[in-house]
Write a protein that binds this ligand. Structure first.
Ligand code: SF4
Ligand code: SF4
Length: 74
């Protein structure tokens, strides 16, 4: 199952995007309600390696499941 980034928790640090081995973590063109640029995971490309979850410094920003209700892309 793909991983997800919780849009409203992400702080836009981008450690995950740099670490993802398949480059499926993208920057949103908009900001979340905290005013932060956020990132999102392309579920169709994610290989479920878990690296993004390991490197993200923000608790709760990455989930090891596909949550279309919590992750938006724009
Ligand atoms: S998910 Fe975590 S590492 Fe990735 S951009 Fe958001 S806060 Fe940064
Ligand atoms: S689980 Fe792996 S492939 Fe999927 S978004 Fe995270 S780092 Fe990328």
């Amino acid at each position: 199952m793909p991983h997800s980034i919780v849009t409203e928790i992400c702080e836009g640090v981008a450690d995950c995007a740099q670490a993802c081995p398949v480059g499926c973590i993208k920057q949103s063109p908009t900001t979340n309600s905290k005013g932060n640029i956020f990132f999102w995971i392309n579920f169709e490309v994610c290989i479920d390696c878990g690296i993004c979850l390991q490197v993200c410094p923000v608790e709760g920003a990455v989930l090891a499941e596909e949550r279309r209700d919590l992750q938006r892309s724009s």
